[in-house]
Write a protein that binds this ligand. Structure first.
Ligand code: HEM
Length: 464
């Protein structure tokens, strides 16, 4: 008897499931969907992915119809690594996101603004950025002549800058009582960046989620525990001396700033130096500009950047060819709508491929070539108005750290080029330098850049 009722339940369940899937399939067949993965109901929502890879489409998704594409899909990364979608990046569109983003923008506008700090007449936070940058330049000089992994220095720089600005203290300089070693912490960041960028099968085929076929969810959970321990420690310290940081800086926002702010600038500068090592003539032009505008007796300050158009152009050209988030962060369609004659159902994930736009031959002459000069003739910036180049995204979900990120990239790049001559280790030729990228939702270098530096300014400048 019991066996019979189980069979009946199972039959009803399967029949219902079949009818549901069939109705979904038939419903979607009536829609005029854009080209993309073939609709097949059984696979879940993999068919509901749209990719905008032209300037026109980017403009529609990020500007004209931005309000309709302002959501974020629910992903395993958002759930496991960001306190159940409670950070700004992965939180769904709504009042929580609005409030968190508003607080974050207030924090950034303070960070970005010029206000009088402990040193009179000096921008408090520029002073922190300059101090951390000089410490890196000093350390690089100490190890000149020997091969180094540049990314390690760049990550330390951005992490110390962000944590000093936001938390009032640099967590990588801790020696005793440190909750995590600098090496461990960098590994955690690499893992966070990677796992936030992977395409987890369970995100697109929810019924396969529990199997965790790629093992990513397990890694996310392990990582999340490590970050939680670190952030607990940070917040305990903060609560103990609450004047150091504003009270609302909670775990999720700290997570956002460390994750968003640290890796992105480090990855961009590592790509820039790699591209330049392949093209010594660009190095030459850059150092000519630096010597002419700055001279050999001082370092570059942030206020010098508008007078260094070639350095600005190198930064833009790097972000064109190597956007940190090649498809931005996925958006979610909130209401059924029509785009370019196609029906876009609510719940469709939209990816805007700034990587493809950056290499579109109809927009760029010799798109695969690294040619900063191209920006001399074009008035294109990265502030979210020019859809040919939008490495920070655009619209309501645009990166709130864009101005800070750009400052860190430009100032570190300018000083690294001003302060050192660069070469490849072990007689490696520029042709041998590997430029492969790990292509996911983020694109770091597959093999970290190993390089050798030699000082090019008077030695007194390198002392801290
Ligand atoms: C090179 C530097 C950076 C790059 C290239 C970058 C890129 C991006 C991109 C492409 C997005 C998604 C935009 C969209 O969906 O349209 C984003 C979002 C975000 N970024 Fe950045 N970012 C950088 C630096 C920073 C910094 C320094 C911070 C914070 C200190 C930060 C915090 C965030 C946050 C919180 C979001 C989520 C915004 C939202 O969903 O409302 N980023 N970033």
């Amino acid at each position: 008897m019991e066996a019979t009722s189980w069979t009946a339940y199972a039959a009803v369940f399967l029949a219902t499931l079949f009818l549901l899937l069939l109705s979904k399939y038939l419903l979607q067949r009536k829609l005029h969907l854009p080209p993309g993965p073939k609709p097949w109901p059984i696979i879940g929502n993999l068919n509901l992915i749209g990719i905008g890879s032209s300037v026109e489409m980017a403009k529609v998704f990020l500007k004209t119809m931005d309000i309709n594409f302002v959501g974020r899909p629910k992903t395993a990364a958002g759930k496991c690594t960001t306190y159940n979608y409670s950070d700004i990046t992965w939180s769904p569109y709504g009042s929580y996101w609005r409030q968190a983003r508003r607080m974050c923008m207030m924090e950034y506008s303070v960070i970005n603004s010029y206000r009088r700090g402990p040193k009179l007449g000096v921008n408090t936070y520029e002073y922190i950025r300059a101090e951390e940058l000089h410490s890196i330049l000093h350390n690089l000089n100490k190890i000149s002549g020997k091969p180094i992994l540049l990314k390690d220095y760049l990550t330390t720089l951005s992490l110390n800058v962000i944590s000093r600005m936001v938390l009032g203290k640099s967590y990588l300089n801790e020696s005793e009582n440190s909750i995590v070693t600098p090496e461990e912490f960098k590994k955690m960041l690499d893992e966070l960046f990677l796992l936030n960028g992977v395409l987890s099968i369970g995100d697109s085929i929810p019924w396969l989620d529990f199997m965790d076929l790629q093992g990513y969810v397990k890694r996310m959970k392990i990582l999340s525990k490590k970050f939680d321990k670190f952030l607990e420690h940070v917040l305990d310290e903060h609560n103990a001396k609450s004047n150091a940081v504003e009270n609302y800086v909670a775990k999720d926002m700290v997570d956002d700033m460390l994750a968003g702010g640290t890796e992105s600038s480090a990855v961009t500068v590592e790509w820039a130096i790699s591209e330049l090592l392949k093209k010594p003539e660009i190095f030459k032009k850059a150092t000519e500009e630096l010597d002419r505008v700055i001279g050999q007796n001082r370092w570059v300050q942030e206020k010098d950047i508008p007078n260094l158009p070639y350095i600005e152009a190198i930064a833009k050209e790097t972000m064109r060819l190597h956007p940190v988030a090649p498809m931005l962060v996925p958006r979610l369609c909130l209401e059924d709508c029509k785009v370019a004659g196609y029906d876009i159902p609510k719940g469709t994930r939209v990816l805007v491929s700034v990587w493809t736009i950056g290499r579109d031959p109809t927009l760029w002459d010799e798109p695969e070539a690294f040619k900063p000069e191209r920006f001399r003739e074009m008035s294109i910036d990265v502030k979210g108005h020019d859809f040919e180049l939008s490495p920070f995204g655009a619209g309501r979900r645009m990166c709130p750290g864009n101005s800070l990120g750009l400052k860190v990239i430009q100032a570190s790049l300018a000083n690294l080029l001003h302060g050192f001559n660069w070469s490849l280790p072990d007689n490696m030729t520029p042709e041998e330098l590997n430029m492969e990228e790990i292509f996911g939702l983020s694109t770091p270098k597959k093999f970290p850049l190993s390089t050798v530096v030699e000082p090019r300014l008077p030695s007194k400048l390198y002392s801290v």
